[in-house]
Design a protein around this ligand. Structure first.
Ligand SMILES: Nc1ncnc2c1ncn2[C@@H]1O[C@H](COP(=O)(O)OP(=O)(O)OP(=O)(O)O)[C@@H](O)[C@H]1O
Ligand SMILES: [Mg+2]
Length: 351
């Protein structure tokens, strides 16, 4: 197993900077999720770590040793590609065996290793099938088996679950996590699905325009985003902007919103994020938290386990996330009082 450290990595294609001074550490045995909009550089970063491409400047280290000029076959990294690229004319067995045969592994040993990898992804009985005879989830498992059969030091997964439907995706998330724990392999996982990143990863990195905007544990980055980008890209957030005055934001309509501690010395404009589920609706008798705003429900978005209410406060839309407990219901047009704590009002930088 190995830790991977990327230091000040940059890569341009012509005048376009696909990676811009990225520094990040992938801990030995850790599960790291990379998240970012399309074109933000996720695949480019993985390709660079695997050795399919080389950086213009910067370093890649595995277990402290520089590898950015080491060819890919010597890095011993398993990669599952964005479209998982199975060989259509080969059987499941031969697809998985591919990395071993190019390495000249002997027949008997190869057979044992391939069957071992197929058992790990629970495909032991399907070794003779061709990719078109498999479901999407099974193909995904073959790609995974192909990546781990070479006993890599690091596993790079580029949106491995992207093509799967929701139910299968949830199954595969559990499966992937089990496999990762079982073999204890350092894993870097690209996903478009924020929930997937939050539930699966020990750490999350957020990329935007080739830059690593923010990085940290899922709960920290979700609960206390430092940047506007993290607040709005990872989950939903209400953004309040205004003038900073003695620990409050003065909104344009003259109302004050109390802000979490830690920004006392700042002056001028300030921007804060409040997660929709941190806002409560209170009746006249119920106690209020630090912040109180009145509004009217404009519409509701039912999402099964929760409902988002879109509340209009003086022309501003505030989204409120309510768990679906079955005990209260709200109607469009209803006047409501919203309340939330100052601790839930997180100052964020503009980026
Ligand atoms: N070989 C290349 N030549 C020119 N431009 C490239 C090349 N590879 C990538 N790019 C550009 O670099 C940027 C980052 O691409 P990359 O594939 O890393 O994005 P991504 O984050 O993986 O996006 P997606 O989520 O859509 O897969 C894009 O703007 C892309 O067009
Ligand atoms: Mg990509």
């Amino acid at each position: 197993m190995a830790s991977v450290e990327v230091k000040n990595l940059s890569r341009s294609f012509g005048i376009y900077k696909a990676l811009d001074d990225i520094s990040v550490r992938f801990k030995d045995g850790g599960f790291y999720a990379l998240l970012g909009p399309s074109g933000s550089g996720k695949t480019t970063l993985l390709r660079m770590i695997a050795g399919f491409d080389y950086p213009d400047t910067g370093h890649i280290e595995m277990n402290g040793e520089s590898v950015e000029r080491v060819p890919l076959e010597k890095r011993n990294i398993g990669m599952v590609f964005q479209n998982y690229a199975l060989f259509p004319n080969m059987t499941v067995f031969d697809n998985v065996a591919f990395g071993l045969s190019v390495r000249g592994v002997a027949r008997e040993e190869m057979r044992a290793k391939v069957m071992n990898a197929l058992d790990l992804v629970q495909l032991g009985k399907l070794e003779g099938r061709k990719p078109h005879q498999l479901s999407g989830g099974q193909r995904q498992r073959v790609a995974l088996a192909r990546a781990i059969v070479i006993n890599p030091r690091v596993l790079l997964l580029d949106e491995p679950l992207g093509a799967l439907d929701k139910a299968l995706r949830l199954d595969m998330q559990v499966e992937l996590k089990r496999i990762q724990r079982e073999i204890g392999i350092t894993t870097v996982f690209v996903t478009h699905d924020q929930e997937e990143a939050l539930t699966m990863a020990d750490r999350i990195g957020l990329l935007k325009d080739g830059r690593l905007i923010e990085e940290g544990r899922p709960e920290d980055i979700y609960n206390c985003p430092k940047t506007l980008f993290a607040a709005t890209f990872l989950g939903d957030a209400n953004i309040f902007e205004g003038d900073w005055q003695d620990g409050d934001i003065m909104l344009a309509d003259g109302r004050a919103v109390s802000v979490a501690a830690g920004r006392e010395t700042q002056s001028g404009k300030i921007r804060c994020a409040v997660r929709p589920e941190r806002i409560r609706i209170v009746s006249a008798e119920q106690p209020r938290l630090d912040n109180v705003l009145d509004g009217r429900i404009e519409r509701r978005l039912f999402a099964g386990n929760s409902t988002t209410l879109f509340v209009n406060h003086n022309g501003r839309e505030i989204r409120v996330g309510l768990p679906n407990t079955g005990s209260v219901s709200h109607d469009d047009g209803e006047a409501v009082t919203l309340t939330w704590s100052r601790e839930s009002t997180i100052p964020v930088t503009a980026a």
